[in-house]
Every structure is written in structure tokens, then in C-alpha cells.
Design a protein around this ligand. Structure first.
Ligand SMILES: Nc1ncnc2c1ncn2[C@@H]1O[C@H](COP(=O)(O)OP(=O)(O)OP(=O)(O)O)[C@@H](O)[C@H]1O
Ligand SMILES: [Mg+2]
Length: 341
């Protein structure tokens, strides 16, 4: 075992509510797994982490063979925090394959984070055996990961559409200026699909099945003339059933969460100084986060904001890649290290 392996690689960790991505210095993304902890329903004990889940449980909201899947990241109670800490520790060990490794870790903190928020992330990393932690503001990591140069002084808007949250920031140089955070993301589209099926067909759709329908035919722009069949359950009997949804149904379900994002982006533009708004009118907005993969969301935003909108090449991974850039260049990580300004 080399000293290098024992001390630990330099890692960048994007610990998201839906998924965790880990980047290892010089190697790229080495882990990409759901941020899921699976517990025994009876004893409450953790039975597995991430992608290592018991068969039959593709639905994070329901029981599967006596187990319950929990997404603890971003949750607010003490158990969520404990599970998040254990999940992070598990992932770091998995990457290292060595129980005593003490890596240096780069992680993201919210753009409008308080000293307490930063302390929380720091504690999480130390509890997971990091020997040093660098905190980088989320929007800067996303911008770097989307291929935007950090030195560029003109303002650009970054829109990260995650699982429960969309984070909007206007970034200029290495400064994060106007920020908005709203409760809208991929999970809201899934919830909206499930509500629509319940309203129109009286059937229950699990989160995994709503997610599959969204991947197949979800759209925030002109719906195609197509249909998708979704697995559902009859509420009274629990019997399995099927329901056919049109692209128009999925468009309807996507509209409300999409408009929450549109309104927040407009508010960010309205809230920033005129010269920055002029920059954004030229440079536009960049979409990152898995939620941005819904078809037509970029077009909808472009039409409503009146600025150019493009999606990053690897939107689910942009934050991890940007943090990874900092792990490759710890001097940059130290320069961007989030402190109160
Ligand atoms: N192909 C796809 N089409 C539509 N939505 C998708 C697709 N792939 C992933 N998503 C959605 O992306 C969301 C997760 O995005 P992402 O992985 O960026 O979130 P996260 O980083 O884990 O969460 P957060 O940033 O909110 O903490 C999920 O809600 C999922 O439904
Ligand atoms: Mg994220």
C-alpha cells in the first residue's frame, strides 16, 4: 500500500438529494450512485447504500420486500443528518477501498450559505474521515463544470435544476451576485405526474414509474403526438394496473414546476444591477442539473426570458466536474474557498 493510497486521493464530492457523484483527481468521475439509504422497515437498521439495493425496490418512496428507501440528503431532521453522514462515509470508503484513507475533499456549499451551513458541510466531511476540506460555492462549481472560464468578468446566469431545488445565480468573474433558490425540480415533475393520474384515472403511480414516464415523453415545450403506458395501482385493492398518458398530459404536469423556475429566473434578472442584466442578455443562461434534461425546458426558458439559453454538455455531472477541476488544482480550490464576503 503506497503512502499516497493510504493518505487518500484528492476527491470532489457532489452530494445531491437524488444522486452523488465523486471525482478523483486526475481520474475523472469514479462514482455516480443514487443518494439512497435502504433500511429494514421493522428494525430501522440500514441494510444498504446507494445503488446496492435489494431487488424489487426501484421506488425510493415505498417499501420493497420489508425495506424502505430513504433519500436523506437535504432533509432536515436528525435521522436525515445521520444517514447523510453514513452515506457519505460509505461512498468515500467505496472509492478508496481502504478503511483508513483520509482524503482531501472539495465540496459545494449553497451560494447564499451562512457560516452555520458551511460548518455543517465541513463537519460532514470530517466525520466521513476527510483530512482537509475545501468549500466552493455551488454556482462557481456549476459554471466551471459547464466549461465557463471563471476569470470571465461578464455576468452569466447559472440555473441548476436538481431534485427538490432549483438554484439560480448570476456569476461574474469569481463572484456570485444575485441568487435565487426555489422549491422546484425533477421531484416536483414526478409528483405532478402522479397527481394528474390520480385526478384523471383514480390510480396511484409510484415515483419510479412517474420518473420513467417523464424520461420517455416529458416535455416543457410543444408536446409530440405520442403516448406512454405507465404502471399504476388501484388504491382500494393495491392491484396492478396500467394507464396511458399523452405527451399533452406530461406537458401539463411539467408546466407548473417549469413556471416556478421561469419566474425565479426573471426575478434574478430583475434583481441584479443593470450592467449585469445587460451581460446576461448577451451571454445568457446555462442549465445544469438532471432536472434540465426534460425536453424543451431550455426553449421554454429562452422564450420567456428573452436571453440565449443552453444546456451544459453533461448537466447531471456539471457540479462534480467543476468541483473536480478544483481537486485537480487545489490552488484554485483555495482561492475559491467559500468564506463570508
Ligand atoms: N433524462 C432525464 N429526463 C428528465 N429528468 C431527469 C433525467 N435524468 C434525471 N432527471 C431528473 O433529475 C433530477 C436529479 O438531478 P440531479 O442529479 O442534478 O439532482 P441532485 O444533484 O441529486 O439534487 P440537488 O442538486 O437538488 O441536491 C431527478 O429529479 C430526475 O428526475
Ligand atoms: Mg445537484
Amino acid at each position: 500500500m503506497s503512502l499516497f493510497r493510504l493518505m487518500g486521493q484528492d476527491l470532489a464530492v457532489d452530494l445531491g438529494a437524488a444522486g452523488t457523484r465523486i471525482y478523483s483527481r486526475g481520474r475523472g468521475i469514479v462514482l455516480d450512485e443514487p443518494s439512497i439509504v435502504t433500511c429494514d422497515t421493522r428494525t430501522g437498521k440500514i441494510v444498504s447504500y446507494g445503488a446496492d439495493r435489494p431487488a424489487g425496490g426501484d421506488d425510493a418512496s415505498g417499501p420493497a420486500g420489508g425495506t424502505r428507501a430513504v433519500r436523506p440528503v437535504g432533509g432536515s431532521d436528525a435521522l436525515d443528518r445521520e444517514f447523510t453522514q453514513r452515506l457519505l462515509k460509505h461512498f468515500l470508503r467505496k472509492v478508496h477501498a481502504h478503511p483508513y484513507a483520509r482524503p482531501r475533499v472539495v465540496m459545494a456549499v449553497p451560494d447564499d450559505s451562512t457560516a452555520t451551513d458551511r460548518r455543517d458541510v465541513q463537519d460532514l466531511a470530517f466525520e466521513a474521515d476527510a483530512r482537509q476540506i475545501y468549500l466552493v460555492r455551488h454556482a462557481l462549481a456549476a459554471a466551471l463544470g459547464a466549461g465557463l472560464p471563471i476569470g470571465e468578468p461578464a455576468g452569466v446566469m447559472i440555473i441548476d435544476i436538481g431534485h427538490h431545488t432549483t438554484r439560480i445565480a448570476i456569476v461574474a468573474g469569481d463572484r456570485v451576485l444575485t441568487t435565487r433558490s426555489v422549491r422546484s425540480g425533477g421531484a416536483h415533475v414526478n409528483g405532478s405526474i402522479a397527481r394528474l393520474v390520480e385526478r384523471d384515472h383514480g390510480l396511484i403511480v409510484g415515483d419510479g414509474d412517474a420518473e420513467a414516464a417523464k424520461h420517455g415523453l416529458g416535455t416543457a415545450w410543444k408536446p409530440l403526438d405520442r403516448q406512454v403506458t405507465v404502471r399504476a395501482r388501484v388504491p382500494e385493492t393495491g392491484h396492478e394496473s396500467r394507464v396511458t398518458l399523452t405527451a399533452q398530459d406530461l406537458y401539463e404536469a411539467t408546466s407548473q414546476p417549469a413556471d416556478v423556475i421561469v419566474r425565479a429566473a426573471i426575478s434574478a434578472m430583475d434583481g441584479c444591477p443593470a450592467d449585469l442584466a445587460a451581460d446576461v442578455a448577451t451571454r445568457g443562461a446555462v442549465l445544469v442539473g438532471g432536472g434540465s434534461l426534460v425536453r424543451g425546458l431550455g426553449r421554454r426558458l429562452r422564450a420567456r426570458l428573452g436571453v440565449p439559453v443552453r444546456r451544459a454538455e453533461r448537466p447531471r455531472e456539471s457540479v462534480a466536474l467543476g468541483l473536480g477541476h478544483c481537486a485537480d488544482d487545489l490552488a484554485l480550490a483555495a482561492r475559491l474557498h467559500a468564506v463570508r464576503r
